[in-house]
Structures are given as structure tokens and as C-alpha cells.
Design a protein. Structure first.
Length: 249
């Protein structure tokens, strides 16, 4: 079953923003697409609602006051929202802001002002991907094994030398895409489309942040990676059974 065959029926989205106009705008566009929308205007209410309704996705403004969006994300990742896709909204678009938000558990990042249609497209892509992962186990492969590295595609677990490596949803998806075709070089734009199910439009910072985070967790020496290699000027590949080229790092 391909992603396009995965139904988005009854999918729910929690929108968290303290600006009523933005909340209403997002809700309007999402409801037109058939999503069930819940809203919150502060972090505490967001955590309560996420626990009670278990949404398929959360759109989370960073500048909420206390707790702010980053703190809400941390709390959710420690509890019932560990596997819920979180799409951050922020008026800040500097690399440092994006890196920080994604490193704290965000799956995606959109800067204000934003295109409502682009936001809806990203919501659809994230929910479709999540539901694809939740297909019956018999529709999936079992385990990818590369020496001491094991990727369990049914349990969404990664182990190295028998030790579990905790990964975020997007980190696991990124690793899986690369590892399914070891030694194939993926261009940045193609890899972004395969994982985020939308065009990067030339902005691949989100992808590079996730690659960096994945290396820190996966590689024995992240500075000298052995699994996920950079092919300079082109993209990334998952290395297995070949020597690292001098053109790679």
C-alpha cells in the first residue's frame, strides 16, 4: 500500500496559538479539508488537550508565554505525545531558531507569515506518513540489519550492539529511507520529499538538522560518521559494505 492509499478520514489536529486570528485561519483551512480541529491558546491547555484527545498532529506556536512552545514540546515528548508529529510555527526564521526547535523534538518548522495551503499540505503529509507507519505489521518488512545495527520496522526501534537508541519519529523515518537502499546517494531535495512528503523549495535546513541529530545518536563518532555519509555537493547515503570515499565526510 502506498502513502497515497492511506486514508486521512477522521484525522484530528490540535492548533495551539495565542493569536486568535491565526488559530481561526488555520482551523478554517483544515476544516475545509475535512480535518477535526481542536484549539488552545496557551501551553498548559495544549498539554491537557493533547493528553485527552490524542490528536494525529499538533501545530504549535513557539511564542506562547509560559510554558512556551518549546517547553510544551518537551513535556509532550516525555509523555503521551511522544509519537505525535509536532509542526512548529514561529515568526523567527534564523537557522539557530530552527535548529533549536527541531532539536527539542519538533518534526517540522514553518515561519510566519505562512501560506495556509502550504501548511495544510504539510499537515496532510505528516498525518499520512504517521498512518502509513501504523499499517498492520504483515504489510511491512521485519528488520534491517547492518552488522551490530538493527532497525526494527514493526516496533520502530533501533539498536546498536543490543542497546536501544531513542529516535524521534522523523529521525526514524529518515534512517529507514536511507537504510532501505544502502550505498545509494540521495539528493537533498529527493530525500526531503521522501521523508516530509512535500517539496523543500530549496530550503533543506530541516533535513540537515535531522541528519545532524541522527548522527549524534547513531554514530559512535558523529564527527567521523560511518553510517550516514555526506556526498559533498549532492546529498547523503547510508554506508554499508563499502569503504568511505575521500569525497565524503
Amino acid at each position: 500500500m502506498g502513502d497515497e492509499a492511506v486514508s486521512l478520514a477522521n484525522a484530528s489536529v490540535l492548533v495551539v496559538d495565542d493569536e486568535l486570528e491565526i488559530t481561526e485561519l488555520i482551523a478554517l483551512y483544515l476544516e475545509r479539508e475535512g480535518f477535526r480541529v481542536h484549539t488552545a491558546d496557551n501551553g498548559s491547555e495544549a498539554i491537557r488537550l493533547a493528553d485527552s484527545i490524542a490528536p494525529d498532529l499538533i501545530i504549535l506556536d513557539i511564542n506562547l508565554g509560559q510554558p512556551d512552545g518549546i517547553e510544551v514540546c518537551r513535556a509532550l515528548r516525555r509523555g503521551s505525545g511522544a509519537n505525535i508529529p509536532i509542526l512548529f510555527l514561529s515568526c523567527k526564521g534564523e537557522d539557530g531558531d530552527i535548529i533549536h526547535a527541531l532539536s527539542e523534538g519538533g518534526d517540522d518548522y514553518i515561519t510566519k507569515p505562512f501560506s495556509p495551503s502550504t501548511l495544510v499540505a504539510r499537515v496532510r503529509a505528516h498525518i499520512r506518513r504517521r498512518r502509513t507507519r501504523e499499517r498492520p505489521p504483515e504489510a511491512l518488512e521485519s528488520t534491517l540489519t547492518f552488522g551490530e545495527l538493527e532497525i526494527d520496522l514493526q516496533r520502530f526501534e533501533v539498536k546498536r550492539g543490543g542497546e536501544t537508541i531513542p529516535l524521534s519519529v522523523k529521525e526514524f523515518e529518515l534512517l529507514t529511507v536511507l537504510a532501505r537502499q544502502p550505498n545509494r546517494v540521495f539528493p537533498l531535495d529527493e530525500l526531503y520529499r521522501l521523508v516530509w512528503h512535500s517539496d523543500s523549495m530549496g530550503d533543506t535546513r530541516t533535513l540537515m538538522v535531522h541528519i545532524s541529530n541522527l548522527r549524534k545518536k547513531l554514530e559512535p563518532d558523529p564527527v567521523n560518521p560511518t553510517y550516514i555519509l555526506t556526498v559533498r555537493g549532492f546529498g547523503y547515503r547510508f554506508s554499508y559494505g563499502q569503504e568511505t570515499s575521500r569525497a565524503e565526510a
